[in-house]
Design a protein around this ligand. Sequence first.
Ligand SMILES: Cc1ncc(COP(=O)(O)O)c(C=O)c1O
Length: 419
Amino acid sequence: MSNKGYFDRFGGRYVAEVLRRPLEELELAFIDSLSDVSFCQDLDTLRRDFIGRPTPLLHAVNASRLNGGSQIYIKMEGLAHTGAHKINNALGQALLAKKMGKKRIIAETGAGQHGLATASACARVGLECVVYMGEVDVRRQQPNVASMELYGATVVPVTAGSRTLKDAINEAMRDWAASFESTHYLIGSALGPSPFPDIVRYFQSVIGEETRAQITERALDVEALVACVGGGSNAIGFFSPFTALSAPRLVGAEAGGIGPGAGENAVRMSGEASSDGIIHGYKSRFLTTADGQVAETRSISAGLDYPGIGPELAALGESGRIEFVSVSDSQALEALKFFARSEGVLFALESAHAGAAALALARSGSPDRAVIVNMSGRGDKDIFITSPVFRPGPWKDFLAQELARLDSGQDIHVFGGNS
Ligand SMILES: Cc1ncc(COP(=O)(O)O)c(C=O)c1O
């Protein structure tokens, strides 16, 4: 738990006066929910029956043999309902919002996984759902947009700024400032003003708690846990039961993008480019320009291009408990292909960054030790990004044929109009 909202010098609640009361109410409701037996029972039941927990820990025997060195294990979060870890937090916060008497949920999303998870959780719990999503992300994550709409959510494309996650957060915060009496802002990563980083870590720590039990069950000697780091929710959830211990090593993989230059990556902790800043209501390490504006970032994965990092991860990085490494777009793609071919497991592009870091770590490790990578999501959603890379010709032909088919009106079945 944070110390009054702070993790060393990071965190806090830097918001306009109007948001102080809803944040205080949220904090009280969250603390109350921790000892609310019926809330905890509902959460446990839905974790089991709706999300499909516990997720398995797979011994990647083929990948380990081909890679050499330590045994690689994959925490299969991608098998969770809606395809990623995001549902752990979305479900928890949706139940919390319901308990608080809220009627409407707003959320921001980057890769669309958090939007998808929130839309699904809202449908299940019975809450209206509006998802803000940068226009660039709407384009590159169309399958998730389509599914969000099927779950009944309204997706609002954000056209401001770089039209990615940070702009979607700005819009969601603006909405919340005007709507908090009826609306809960269901933030999707372990960031934002206190108490959000504590809430998100709490709901995501189910990943780490399960992993700890699976390690004990199999008597694994673990060298390292590896997770990708966007805002940081899967990483802090995976790492949290271990942060107070001196082992295993905890390794966060950041988006190295296409190179080390400004605007070419989203490396906040493993490079020299970030500085302390206060953005989106909290203090942390951010990539900023010389005049203090939020810098442009780049990553092949829509979920890892956020210019900041959750405050707890920033503090644990500075203290040395978490090590951060940078993984480039091409290294992530290579790892994605390697795990798909060797294990039959398709990593999300975000998670493939962790996969690449885990392979590198395992290569220099001992065969009787384990490296566990959190596959935060599965890669189905990325087909529009991976297909043009791995099979550009057939993919282009397919899209051209689909467009022609849609234009000609053939084979289109309309069920009850356009709604
Ligand atoms: C599959 C997947 N992994 C990781 C992330 C990064 O988010 P976080 O750092 O909060 O886990 C995302 C974000 O959308 C995602 O979809």
